[in-house]
Design a protein around this ligand. Sequence first.
Ligand code: ACM
Ligand code: ZN
Length: 732
Amino acid sequence: MTKLFIICTMKLTLKLSLLGIAAFISSVAFAIIPQPQSVKYGEERFSIRPSTVIAFNDDELRPIAAYMLDYLAVREVTKQAPAENFISVELQPGFAPEAYRLTIGEEGIRIVAGDYGGAFCGVQTLLQMLPSEVYSKQMRLPVKVAFCEVEDAPQFAYRGFMLDVARTWVTTPNVKRYIDWLAYHKINRLHWHLSDDQGWRVEIKSHPELTEQGGYRGGSSPVPPMYGKWHERYGGYYSQSEIREIVEYARVRNIEVIPEIDLPGHSWAFAAVHPEVLCNYEFDKAHLSGGLDTRNVFCATKESNYELLDEVLAEVCALFPSEYIHIGGDEVSLSQWEKCPDCSAYLKRHGYTDAHKVEDYFIERIDKILQKYDKRPAVWNEGINGGGLDKSTRVHGWSNMKDCRKVLEAGYPTIFMPAEYFYFDMRQSKHEAGSNWSNIFDVKHTYSFDFAEHGFSAEQVALVEGFEGAYWSEIALSQGGDRSTDFLEYMTFPRMCAVAELGWGKNGSDWEHFYSRLKGEHYDRMSAMGINYRLIPPKVEYQDGLLSASTDDGSKIYYQLEGSDNVERYLRPIKCDNPAHYLFHSEYHNAHSPQTAHADHYKTIKPAFTLTSSIESGRKDGYKRIEEYRGRVSAARTCRQGDWFLFEFAEPVECRQMEFVTGYTHIAHRVFPSGYLEISYDGKSFEKGAALVDGCAKIIRPSRAIKAVRIVSTTDRNSTHGVVINPPVIKP
Ligand code: ACM
Ligand code: ZN
């Protein structure tokens, strides 16, 4: 390899490019995500032509050669690299796991690594040096690529993503699409959340009823619908052959699939099919939940449960080659064990008072089953609460930073994923869709995570196996049903790009540098990959009667008047005296930003009102909390047809919009699943207004001042204990 002449750290490259030297080089140098450890660029370029030959020196790498052929559309794959005009992947001793060297010179391109993962990661770096069309498999040859030498290795062995397919069903082709996107970012683990309260998604040949019944909810299924898709039988499952296909598809792409069977809690769907797994106590169905059995925890003292789970786990272990099986352990409702005569007798017998000890016992029993199949358990951080969890167990720290710290202080090998940085079901800004119980954050926040800033010691960081982004999919069902995979993409990218870079080691990069690579070239790549990623929203300003919007990422800005479907391209500041009425968003290929507006748009008024209902409040002080705009309240039982909430305003309210939300504000859970508004202008006669969608409805631009609004349910039950009701959101 001759003519390698510029030895550059990133900073040096920047200096050179500022001096006008090697301009083409810098644009290539800065755009790789995750940032490699070291890149040296040369002055000249190698041309990939249709005649270029892909070669590999070891049969283990044959799938990587075939993978490259698929993207590059060159003519040939051979085992022996020719003397020139080649792209060669080679195994050689002397490299750390997943480390690689990528050299581009006169003769060709050589990717050398010590293992399959390193060779695959080297290929991903090469793809990012090519025009973005390579990802849509539409790149035309010849293509020139700068001479270079990349020496690279990840800091963390585990760079993962958790996909919840239990709440929202994701088809096999969509899982594969997702695996492709992760692989492009050198993510190497897919933590596949395959079971939860709302669905069981793995075919178990010895227990077909688990998927036949537990794979669906609503309609004729014994699993009731808890959110979204209310009246429809909804769901799906992966056959064992589909699972094998996905596991192999991921393996070729250097991704290990780790299945999660969430035990002993989060098992409502399982228990709906096999109620005998529950604890033996009398459950007050009628009073609490309108005939609904909400118990979702396996009894820990029924021997038959371990026999049944052995049969199930035997098949799961055979399907997945991963060393670890994630067995859940999160959010167990301990009261179910405390009420159980057998589980509480276990506690008593051992002199325990803490029901977490029952979880220790349960996990120990499941661990024994896994050991039979040469597997090890991974659990969520609650798994350590009993104090007896084996120290070699892998723990996923999720609930918050404090619990992650607890896991590391206790000395467990840890997957680091505190929700406030890594839960991508959290909304990305205040007024867009998503959860908010942990935090509201976008890609910049995820990228900014730093162990030192949070006071973790070097010994603690040494226990961190890596990072994991997570997507819990309940809210997806409230975001447009069949478009829910678009929502998944929007919620996870570019935040997953930040996880990729954190896991790789950041390599001295800061946010500005990362963002310049992201919008500079990576947006184009993600567009070609086909990802509906999220853009940072336009900045909206109002001054001297002019409303303006701006972005810094090359996207196009659009606007519309509130309440109108007519969308216009924004080209220049808008002269107006009502900035609150305009909504903006930006688009770039298939990506879009959330809608945003001037701060005035979000202003609300809080007129006095009283709330009455056909359902008693779950609080002693009734609905007072809502009347004082202090937050939501749960009504004491689930809904029946004809149930109502009545808002009566002290004075008629003039406004441009009123919004009424049953259920949580971000997810159709504990809602009136269907119903409508009734509006009164005089407090006596009512006329019918909008229908509820996902438990919510708005009154837009009412013609007169509003005196009262009634929300009426047309559904019996919402598969929960109660109905949540919020104060109205009223825009002046
Ligand atoms: C979790 O979010 N329950 C792991
Ligand atoms: Zn029990």
